[in-house]
Design a protein around this ligand. Sequence first.
Ligand code: CP
Length: 340
Amino acid sequence: MKHFLNTQDLTRAELDALLAAAARYKRDRRAGIADDPVLRGKSIALVFFNPSLRTRTSFELGAFQLGGHAVVLQPGKDAWPIEFELGTVMDGEAEEHIAEVARVLGRYVDMIGVRAFPKFRDWSEDRQDKVLRAFAQHSPVPVVNMETITHPCQELAHAQALQEHFGTSDLRGKKYVLTWTYHPKALNTAVANSALTIATRLGMDVTLLCPTPDYVLDERYMGWAAQNVAESGGSLQVSHDIESAYAGADIVYAKSWGALPYFGSGAAEKPIRERYRHFIVDEAKMALTNGAVFSHCLPLRRNVKATDAVMDSPSCIAIDEAENRLHAQKAVMAALAGRR
Ligand code: CP
C-alpha cells in the first residue's frame, strides 16, 4: 500500500487485512495488552484544512499508542496558506506551494494525513480531489485521506462496527440502507460516497434512499458501487420511497449531503431540501426494518437527522463506529509503516 486514499484502491485482501488488524487493536486494548510500538521513532503530519473532533483525536492518540508522534498543522491558521495549482503566479494569499510543502514534510515525518473538504463552488473542480492528489503526487512519504470527497477511514470504522454487531466478517446478504437526511446546509457527499463504496464492496444488498434523482451521488461512486456489486454478488438500487426502502432493512446508515446539480448554489437548493425534513430517522421508520442497526459518522444534529429515541436506542452503534476510528487508523498507520 503506497498511500491510503480510497478503499477502492485496495485489493480485497488488503481491505480484509486492515479490518482484521483494526479488530486486533481493539481486542488488545480491551484486554489491556500494550500495542506493539510499530511507529516508534516515526511521526505523522496531520494537515487539517477543515475542523474535526474524531479524526484529529483518534489519529493523534493512535500515533501515540503505537509509539509514534503526530504533528497537527492547519494551513492558513497555524501554518502558511498553500498554493496547489502548478505554474501559477503566487501573488495571492498562498505563501508556499504544495511542491515544497509536501517535500519538506516528507523530510520530517513518515506519513502525512490530509483533510480537505470541497470548496463548494464547482463540483467539476472539487470532484478532482486536487488537494489530496497534489499531496500524493509531491509527497515522498505515504499520504492518508482524512476526508476529502471520500472518507475511507470512516469506511473502515463503519465496516468494523457492522462486523462486530453481526458477529461475522461476512456481511453478504444484509439489506443496507444509506438514507439521505435533512440538514440546514448542503453538506459534503464524502461519507455517502464512502458508505456506498464499502457497503457494496462487502457484498451487501444496498439501497440508496434519497429525495429525488438530484440527490443521487456522483457517477464515479455510483460506478464503483456497480463494479463492486458485479464482483461481490450484492445488489444496488436507488429509491425515493421511504417505506419500501426501510422495509426489512438490517442496517440503516444516515447522512445528509447536497444535491450535485445545485453544487455551489446552496440558496437555490435550500427550498428543495426543506421539503424533505421528514427523511429524519425516527422510531416509526426503524419499526419498518428487520430490527436494523443504525449508525452515522457523526457529528449529528439530534432531532434533525435522527431523533433522540433512535440515537439513544440499543440499536445505535454510532459511538462504537466513532471508537473504531482509533483502531482502524492504527491499522492504516501500521500498514503504511510496513507492519501488521
Ligand atoms: N466523522 C468524522 O470524521 O468526524 P470529525 O469531522 O469530527 O473528524
